[in-house]
Design a protein around this ligand. Structure first.
Ligand code: GDP
Length: 463
């Protein structure tokens, strides 16, 4: 079948590069590509074997548009599960656009965002959570985020869910079998065994749901708030942290507020510095106008770096602590004494004792002379408290998955309660089915066009 079953898109980033890749997928795409390709060998493209690469020219009528390499993949052994052609051309925008237009004039259509990955899902090459991890993999900006996305793409998460669903299905079948024999009042499913199984499943699901906190932190960066008085040295420290070529992005988020977030990468973990705008224009003063802003930052953070000038009097630091400490809930607070280059060893010792009990995590640095900053970074990594993530570990990183897990968890808890209350089989079965439904939503065993549309529209075109 020709026509709009064949999708085409430029799969490399927009702009000029050394080379660019234009991807085609769908039945008939090899023939379509062959109609504009003049090989340098004597075999036509359509006669070539799968998983081979061919050198030749892309011809627009009698004109050579570019010399290219074409990679051929044949269904079902390709990313999408369909015939796929990848044209590696020279990276000029002119060439890329012209080749794409030429392919469209021959009957291909421009791919929708994420449509290649969507086809991979629809053709059973991967399940939904794996498809989503493709987007995460492309976006991963730290070693840890990359590892999580890779695990998920390889199917670690899906396998676990499939295991749980199978267990639930067995569980449901037994109970539903009883319903078929309801007249005879038999009990196929041993209630004690079921209770154990329900509890076990609940434990697994809640472990997965709990892993979201870590997964989310790794994927989006661990939120860190830098707070402290004007002139404590916050922006000096910030610049130091950012300038060691660790900065990945300095993004401007939001349209109404001038919130700037920087991300730094330390020992393979991403740290997201919350609202650094105030630091740059040094309006972030704890005591006066910045108090609300400081509290807001504390609320959003997992780690708080409280920077204080080591020359500040003990009394004043205690006053500030009285304001800051009540706002700190589950966050890790690190007290950073800056400008250590300015004080004697004796005064430093005094400061060591200040608020020791209230804030055990402290460090002396000189942001200006770059003393102690490596130790500060190690302290940040320690405070992040991200467990070593192994190859086999299943960690949830996706908000949609987390929401589905929470729903599955409520359902399985109801099953447990129902068993305790000796509820009849039809109630139990309903909740078990509901739990299965939510788990199935994650892998796409249960999906609606709405869910699919929503997920794949977040991809870029060409993926
Ligand atoms: P912010 O208002 O907290 O952002 O503070 P700044 O980073 O702008 O620093 C205020 C002043 O302190 C600047 O003149 C810095 O050069 C100076 N400063 C920052 N860190 C140090 C340090 O470790 N030692 C010394 N001696 N001065 C520093």
């Amino acid at each position: 079948m020709q026509g709009n079953n064949i999708i085409a898109a430029i799969s490399t980033p927009a702009g000029v590069g050394g080379i660019a890749i234009i991807r085609l997928s769908g039945e008939g795409c090899i023939r379509l590509a062959g109609s504009v390709f003049k090989p340098y060998g004597n075999k036509m493209l359509g006669e070539q074997k799968a998983n081979t690469i061919h050198f030749g020219s892309i011809m627009k009528d009698d004109t050579v548009l570019d010399e290219v390499l074409i990679s051929l993949f044949k269904a079902p052994h390709s990313f999408t599960g369909e015939d796929v052609v990848e044209i590696s051309c020279h990276g000029s925008v002119y060439i890329q656009q012209n080749i794409l237009q030429l392919l469209i004039s021959k009957g291909a259509r421009l791919a929708q965002p994420g449509e290649f990955t969507q086809r991979a899902f629809l053709n059973g090459k991967m399940d939904l959570s794996q498809a989503e991890s493709v987007a995460d993999l492309i976006a991963s900006s730290s070693a840890a985020a990359h590892r999580l996305a890779m695990n998920q793409m390889r199917g670690g998460f899906s396998n676990k869910l499939i295991e749980l669903r199978t267990e639930l299905l067995n569980f449901a079948s037994l109970i539903e079998l009883e319903l078929d024999f309801s007249e005879e009042d038999v009990e196929f499913a041993n209630r004690e065994r079921l209770k154990e199984a329900a509890y076990d499943i609940e434990l697994h699901i809640s472990k997965l749901a709990e892993s979201f906190e870590v997964g989310n932190a790794v994927k989006n960066g661990i939120p860190v708030a830098i707070i402290g008085e004007t002139n404590a040295g916050k922006s000096t420290l910030l610049n130091l942290l950012l300038h060691e070529e660790k900065a990945i992005v300095s993004d401007i988020h939001g349209t109404t507020r001038d919130v700037i977030e920087d991300t730094i990468n330390i020992q393979g973990l991403a740290f997201r510095l919350i609202d650094t705008a105030g630091i740059r224009d040094t309006t972030d003063e704890i005591e006066s106008l910045g108090i609300e802003r400081t509290f807001k930052k504390i609320e959003q953070a997992n780690i708080i770096l409280w920077i204080t000038d080591v020359g500040t009097t003990d009394e004043h630091i205690r006053d500030l602590a009285e304001k800051i400490l009540p706002a700190v809930k589950n966050q890790k607070l690190i007290l950073v004494f800056n400008k250590v280059d300015m004080i004697s060893a004796e005064r430093k010792e005094n400061k060591e004792r200040l608020l020791r009990e209230e804030i055990p995590d402290r460090i002396f640095i000189s942001a200006k002379y770059e003393q102690g900053t490596n130790d500060l970074e190690s302290l940040l990594v320690k405070a992040a408290d991200i467990p070593e993530i192994g190859e086999q570990d299943v960690i949830v990183t996706n908000m949609r998955h987390y929401a589905a897990l929470e729903n599955a968890l409520s359902a399985i808890r109801r099953v447990g309660e129902g068993l305790d209350l000796h509820l009849s089989g039809d109630f139990l079965s309903q909740d078990i089915r509901e739990c299965m439904h939510y788990l199935g939503e994650i892998t796409g065993q249960i999906s609606t066009d709405d869910i699919l549309g929503n997920i794949f529209s977040k991809f870029c075109i060409g993926k």
